[in-house]
Design a protein around this ligand. Structure first.
Ligand SMILES: NC(=O)c1ccc[n+]([C@@H]2O[C@H](COP(=O)([O-])OP(=O)(O)OC[C@H]3O[C@@H](n4cnc5c(N)ncnc54)[C@H](OP(=O)(O)O)[C@@H]3O)[C@@H](O)[C@H]2O)c1
Length: 412
């Protein structure tokens, strides 16, 4: 168990224990005069404090109720700590060491153990496709790969922003092999179409599923899909599925998906993939999608042995997505966020280093290290059947968009 969490649990346990002792003591004091009164014992009749007994019972009752409330509060908190369902606040960071590691300081201390030789590689002749590469982590990763000579396909939804990014990457790296493709990753029809064309024109060694979003209200895409799910989960599924045959043709093919440590608070939920019921909480929907990306990676690793799959947490980095989707979090954290390049470091390492490919396929990484996909004692493990069912559901849904022609009815 992480040290901070252990400390928080111990604090809870000692409060629960001291309140429980107090309540037992108090009960003993209250039970004595009560039982004497009700059993007709005369012992108290001559006692000088006898008139004060009702007051004594009243005060004891109030203090007892207060202590019981505190006991219940601490028991609930203890349960929340163990299940990680506590609403995460920056002030709680001592209880969440994995969150502290996600800060800039976490990167700085982890990077002391990085081997610089891992990234001293020439990837000329290898082809990389990065979604959402016009800004943030995706653009930073694209630059690093371009610097090492790789051919980079930028897949972005906005032509103007994408062209600016391409210009910046070419100017800064001197690499002319940077290509632009305009695709909306929340639109499965567009993805299928793009992938079909891409397969006939290019080769692909490494796919980086980086595009992601956190939409805080329930909004639908033009195909009637919930936007977070469409971008983070279904988009990742369709693009990867469509490009697997191309990747399978290459040696040392890799697929890297940029997930988030936020997924640790979620157990896979396949009962409502598009969050159509209950209260919509964008942060939790995003975390659920990011959990789904981890499951996708694990499942692909089992079924496609010739490709190396990995999924990762970039830490908390100062990017447009964080500023716009989580303004309160950004205000509190802005001085301790990682740079975009620091957030992209593990993506680049997974994409280009030979060390990464030596590790088993299907793992979750933070700062160049495989890390667990569940927190200790958190009840986030799902039955294996659910993981396979998720793949079946995504396959079924994605196929609907493969065959849909313009003008066909919208899906779900
Ligand atoms: N920054 C962090 O602290 C952090 C932490 C954990 C995980 N992540 C993950 O890191 C990844 C990159 O995010 P970022 O922080 O670097 O934010 P960012 O700079 O805003 O990058 C997100 C990228 O995804 C693109 N995108 C979003 N929806 C898209 C769609 N439907 N089609 C095509 N592209 C789309 C955005 O394009 P536009 O510019 O057109 O919007 C942008 O290029 C995301 O998957 C995010 O969930 C980030």
């Amino acid at each position: 168990m992480p040290a901070g969490l252990e400390k928080a649990c111990h604090r809870c346990i000692s409060k629960i224990a001291s309140n429980a002792c107090f309540i037992f003591g108090l009960l003993a004091f209250l039970v004595l005069p009560l039982s004497m009164t009700f059993t007709g014992m005369k012992f108290l009749e001559d006692c000088p404090v006898q008139p004060l007994i009702p007051l004594y019972l009243l005060v004891g009752g109030v203090i007892g109720s207060l202590k019981v409330t505190l006991l219940l509060y601490d028991s609930t908190r203890m349960r929340q700590l163990l299940s990680k369902s506590v609403v995460i606040d920056d002030d709680d960071d001592d209880e969440y060491p994995w969150r502290q590691n996600a800060h800039k300081s976490g990167y700085e201390s982890a990077s002391k153990h990085f081997d610089p030789a891992d990234l001293e590689v020439d990837v000329a002749g290898r082809s990389f496709l990065i979604t959402g590469s016009n800004s943030g982590i995706g653009k930073a990763a694209a630059k690093e790969i371009a610097r090492r000579g790789g051919t980079v396909h930028l897949v972005c939804r906005n032509k103007e922003r994408a062209e600016d990014a391409k210009g910046e990457i070419v100017t800064e790296t001197g690499n002319q092999n940077i290509f632009l493709h305009i695709v909306d990753i929340s639109n499965p029809k567009e993805i299928w179409k793009f992938a079909e064309k891409f397969k006939t024109e290019h080769k692909l060694n490494v796919l980086i599923n980086n595009a992601g979003c956190m939409v805080n209200n329930r909004e639908l895409t033009e195909n009637g899909l919930e936007k977070n799910f469409a971008t983070n989960t279904l988009g990742t599924y369709v693009l990867t599925t469509a490009l697997l045959p191309l990747l399978e043709k290459e040696a040392d093919a890799r697929v890297i998906t940029v997930s988030s440590g936020g997924m640790l608070v979620q157990k896979l939920n396949i009962s409502d993939l598009q969050s159509g019921s209950g209260t919509f909480d964008g942060t939790m929907v995003y975390a659920q999608n990011k959990r789904q990306q981890v499951v996708l990676t694990e499942q692909w690793a089992k079924t496609h042995r010739s490709i190396h799959f990995s999924v990762m947490h970039p830490g908390w980095a100062d990017t447009p997505a964080v500023r716009s989707s989580m303004p309160d979090f950004y205000q509190k954290m802005k001085n301790s966020l990682r740079t975009e390049a620091q957030g992209a470091d593990t993506v680049v390492w997974l994409a280009v280093s030979s060390e990464a490919a030596k590790l088993p396929s299907g793992l979750f990484f933070q700062d160049r290290q495989p890390v667990p996909t569940h927190l200790p004692l958190a009840r986030t493990h799902s039955p294996p059947g659910d993981e396979e069912k998720l793949m079946e559901m995504l396959e079924e849904l994605s196929q609907k968009f493969k065959s849909i022609s313009p003008g066909s009815p919208q899906c779900c």
